[in-house]
Design a protein around this ligand. Structure first.
Ligand code: SAM
Length: 216
């Protein structure tokens, strides 16, 4: 698990470029300066780890583009101690950023391989999220309510269980649309029966599967 001078330099340059693109959350930027993204991808891709682009991981999935990670995390306005549910652990990188921001993180991944690999690297880096392998499209009822929920895969619609598992005042960030293009949605739970939905920029994520995901 080497984090060389070169890796640190490239990482710092990447984070500077995110600031230029408008990312301003200081705690998030500090976390992105610290978490070694290259350790969440295969060695062969090491040279590309600090380019601002998504990269392939196992099971035909991706580690999100750093800008996308920063964009979604900024919308969540993470505070120390927030209880956060992430759906789509993937490589574990986004989870590490949330842990580094001192959130209490719960994360679900559907692919067993990815779940095991992410568990290993997160433990080696001394992060201790609560992890599960299963269908995150139904949320994680036993641990609700969550202050924040983040979905890192494309959703055909806003899954009802996720809205209901938000604490009052809580925020849910997720890409919603077709399998080819989605709008980032910021859902805020205003009361027991009231949710405000804001539709923001366009993105392209790999699809959410499971009960409330895409059926191919
Ligand atoms: N957050 C990840 C990271 O930092 O590497 C990137 C996630 S990748 C863009 C989306 C992930 O969502 C994939 O790993 C995919 O297997 C997972 N996924 C898709 N549908 C899911 C579901 N129903 N439950 C849990 N995970 C799901």
């Amino acid at each position: 698990m080497i984090d060389s001078f070169k890796h640190k330099g490239l990482r710092s340059r990447l984070v500077d470029s995110l600031v230029e693109k408008g990312i301003a959350d200081e705690k998030l930027l500090a976390a992105m300066r610290k978490v070694p993204r290259h350790l969440f991808i295969e060695n062969a891709l090491d040279d590309a780890a600090y380019e601002d682009r998504p990269l392939p991981i196992a099971e035909n999935q991706t580690i999100s583009q750093p800008y996308t990670v920063a964009y979604q995390t900024s919308l969540l306005q993470i505070k120390k101690g927030h209880k956060v549910l992430e759906i789509g652990t993937g490589s574990g990188y986004q989870c590490a950023i949330l842990c580094e921001m001192q959130a209490k993180v719960f994360t679900i991944e559907t692919h067993r391989n990815l779940y095991i690999q992410a568990q290993r690297v997160l433990a080696e880096l001394d992060y201790a999220p609560t992890m599960r392998c299963g269908d995150g499209s139904i949320g994680w009822e036993e641990h609700a309510a969550f202050d924040r929920i983040l979905v890192t895969a494309a959703c055909p619609s806003i899954p009802d269980p996720l809205k209901k598992q938000l604490a009052i005042g809580g925020k849910l960030v997720l890409p919603v649309g077709t399998a080819d293009m989605q709008e980032m949605c910021l859902v805020t739970r205003k009361s027991g029966q009231e949710w405000e939905i804001k539709r923001l920029d366009k993105f392209r994520f790999v699809p959410l599967t499971g009960k409330n995901g895409f059926k191919f």
